[in-house]
Design a protein. Structure first.
Length: 261
């Protein structure tokens, strides 16, 4: 009997996997929708059927993303300016958003440089984006999450692989990893997770100029996955965090194993 039951159970499990319209009718908030990664997340969520709230500090970039979504056959998109360093701005966002299903924030304000040269204002901005902002988002929007809904924030591999001149980055990313665990307990049953990218070709390395290709090749050769990450890798991880109802308080490491070597 066990041999005949197992295939049936497996087929039921496969039929429950998210389909191409897995976010049909869901309201999804993307903070950082003006960034390269946030824009791709918004496009993927729209293609999956979501109605979107595109949020971030620069309305021009948000309108650009909204313009790209205009040709999509999926849901609607609203644009809302928000400053994660300003609690009043976050409260206004909560009032505009109302009831929603999922929120993802890609926000980051790196304060990199030698310890002796760090400016306190830059350090505070880094914590606002990665730690205090997410905390306030949960404070003001945690009670508005629909059943099965979630928050997904972006941490980063620097927390597990600290390096000189990356002290603030390592600390804020590490603090966020612990914050999602605490929030997952505090605002349950809303789920709270983080995605932790490694070296991903998002365009942020373009400043290396001619040295970019050699840098990424070296990363790939050293990385256990033997490749550099893509924005699509991050998008898939975020969609997984949104759609798997049994995942909370978790950091999804999308780093090709880079934190291990």
């Amino acid at each position: 009997m066990s041999q005949s039951v197992a295939p049936t159970a497996a087929l039921r499990a496969l039929s429950a996997l998210p389909g191409p319209r897995a976010l049909e009718g869901r309201r999804v908030v993307v903070i950082g929708a003006g960034s390269h990664t946030g824009r791709r997340l918004a496009l993927a969520a729209s293609a999956a059927g979501a109605d979107l709230v595109l949020a971030g500090p620069d309305p021009r970039k948000l309108e650009w993303t909204a313009g790209e979504l205009a040709g999509e056959p999926a849901g609607r998109a609203e644009v809302v300016q928000v400053d994660l360093a300003d609690e009043a701005s976050i409260a206004e966002l909560a009032a505009v958003v109302g009831r929603f299903d999922h929120l993802v924030s890609t926000a980051a304000m790196p304060a990199n440089g030698p310890l002796a040269e760090l400016e306190p204002a830059a350090v505070r901005r880094a914590f606002d984006a990665k730690v205090i902002g997410p905390l306030l988002l949960a404070k003001h929007l945690g009670g508005q999450v629909a059943e099965g809904g979630s928050f997904t924030f972006f941490s980063g591999v620097a927390a597990w692989r600290p390096a000189p001149a990356r002290t603030v980055m390592a600390t804020t990313n590490g603090a966020l990893a612990f914050l999602v665990q605490a929030l997952a307990v505090e605002i349950a049953p809303a789920r709270v997770n983080a995605v932790s990218p490694g070296i991903v070709d998002t365009g942020s390395w373009d400043g290396l100029g001619a040295g970019k290709e050699a840098f990424l090749r070296t990363v790939a050769e050293r990385n256990p996955a033997r490749r550099v990450g893509s924005v699509d890798d991050l998008v898939q991880a975020v969609l997984f965090a949104m759609l798997n109802p049994y995942v909370t308080g978790t950091v999804l490491h999308v780093d090709g194993g880079g934190r291990l070597v």
